[in-house]
Design a protein around this ligand. Sequence first.
Ligand code: CA
Length: 233
Amino acid sequence: MKATVLIIEDEPQIAELISLYLKKEGIDTKHTLTGEDGLELLQVGNIDLIILDINLPGMDGFEVLQKIRRIEELPVIIVSARQEDEDMIMGFGIGADDYVSKPFSPKVLAARVRANLKRSKNRDSSLDSQISFGPYLLDTGNIWLKKHGERLELSPKEMALLTALAETPEKPFSQEDLYAKIWHNSYGDLTTVSVHIQRLRKKIEKDPANPQYIKTSYGFGYYLCTTGDKNET
Ligand code: CA
């Protein structure tokens, strides 16, 4: 399958140039001008690697990287015009996989992308991205949920919530954790989480008032029970 690289870069010409070189290598690209849009796309799209500019309008690259790390383990290559080593160290300190300084040769960047994709592919190949519970099959890599082979329509937030719970089945996640993970924020209205849990239950559970899969851990949060109701077919 073709790899997809997300370029978060506020200068369209630079993004186009990177995109051009990656396409030559048979890599698909997506582009956003801001970190906020990039994070949004990361939840919906199937992204394999991120090329992240540091000087961005709004949220800067470091902030974006911290938020990416709360969601996913995918490789991030930082691109920055600031020459200071501090940038580089900070970048690695919060989980960047590679660093390229501007101005850069697109050829060199493309080679780095290839190397990082290869490394992460080796790292992930042992991980199974599919998980089944009751009549459902969830593919967290390709982002779909099927019941008896039929795809169910979930909103991006519902899918993100289910994927977060499926990361470690049977393990309860607090509302705070889920909120931080999905809404990229450590503060906010936690009832948002329970509202989305209810929506998810309505789509998945036979009796949403008596859930078999999306269970409540009382006084704490929620967890995914993969054994569920054995009688449900
Ligand atoms: Ca910039």
